[in-house]
Design a protein around this ligand. Structure first.
Ligand code: ATP
Length: 248
């Protein structure tokens, strides 16, 4: 579903992502984690075609993002951490506009279902200025889900959501995974990643440090307890294991 081979992104002379390769299969949820500046957002932006890589091949649902960009982008949705909306379109008009761009014909039924699922039903006629931060985030996600993409890319999907919103968003993400979508979640909330993701990829300074299920990652780190959390593994892998214990 998502195939990345040798992805490299260079800003000026700074190598933000270096020779990154990995795959995400249908139905798999991958957690993309790493310290600030590790290259997570850069990777997601390359995957969506927002920025061009210096080198590397990206395939979405079998389509090359470089040579067949429209077909590749048709199958994906990117939900950025900062909701960007149109000031003069209501919630429903955002969905209508997105439906027209993606050629979604049964828009009304899908929009109703998504507004219900994401608790935005009462806000159908509201403009972005009348929405809370969490509601804006939900609207961005509703627009992303409208065309039933096979590949979902989430950058910090829970930012600004209340506890009920968080619980609902988790089930929204897991439902799409069960339905066969390939999903990447980039987040600093490691307990969320641990809970939702089948596999984890840790980036550090633009390079893949480790990639696998929690059990597989744990096996590469000798001397850990069986119940070691992803946070502990992360601190150890990124060379900050002492920071955690020093805080206790
Ligand atoms: P965070 O967890 O803080 O969001 P991140 O892992 O998403 O970090 P990126 O935003 O991908 O990291 O940034 C990776 C590196 O690339 C950083 O050193 C950043 O300063 C640099 N960078 C990102 N965007 C640009 C840009 N447009 N121009 C120059 N350098 C950039």
């Amino acid at each position: 579903m998502i195939e990345i081979e040798g992805l490299t992104k260079i800003y000026g002379s700074y190598v933000a992502v270096s020779d990154l390769s990995f795959r995400v299969e249908a139905g798999e949820v991958l957690g993309l984690v790493g310290p600030n500046g590790a290259g997570k957002t850069t990777t997601l932006r390359c995957l969506t075609g927002i920025i061009p890589p210096a080198r590397g091949e990206i395939r979405i649902c079998g389509h090359s993002l470089c040579s067949d960009p429209v077909a590749a982008k048709r199958g994906l949705a990117f939900m950025p951490d900062e909701p960007r909306l149109f000031d003069y379109l209501t919630v429903r008009e955002h969905l209508q506009f997105t439906a027209r761009i993606y050629g979604v014909h049964d828009f009304q039924a899908r929009a109703d279902a998504l507004l219900e699922e994401l608790e935005l039903k009462e806000k159908g006629n509201a403009l972005p200025a009348e929405l809370s931060r969490g509601m804006k985030q939900k609207l961005v996600i509703a627009c992303g889900l409208l065309h039933s993409p096979s590949v979902l890319l989430f950058d910090e999907p829970l930012t600004g959501l209340d506890p009920i919103g968080i619980r609902r968003m988790k089930s929204t993400i897991l439902k799409r995974g069960r339905e066969g979508a390939a999903i990447i979640i980039s987040s600093h909330l490691l307990h969320l990643v641990e809970e939702l993701c089948d596999r984890v990829l840790i980036l550090n300074q633009g390079r893949k440090v480790i990639h696998g299920s929690l059990e597989e990652i744990q096996k590469t780190l000798p001397g850990l307890r069986a119940d070691t959390t992803l946070e502990e593994m992360f601190l150890r892998i990124t060379g900050h294991a002492d920071d955690g214990t020093a805080m206790k």
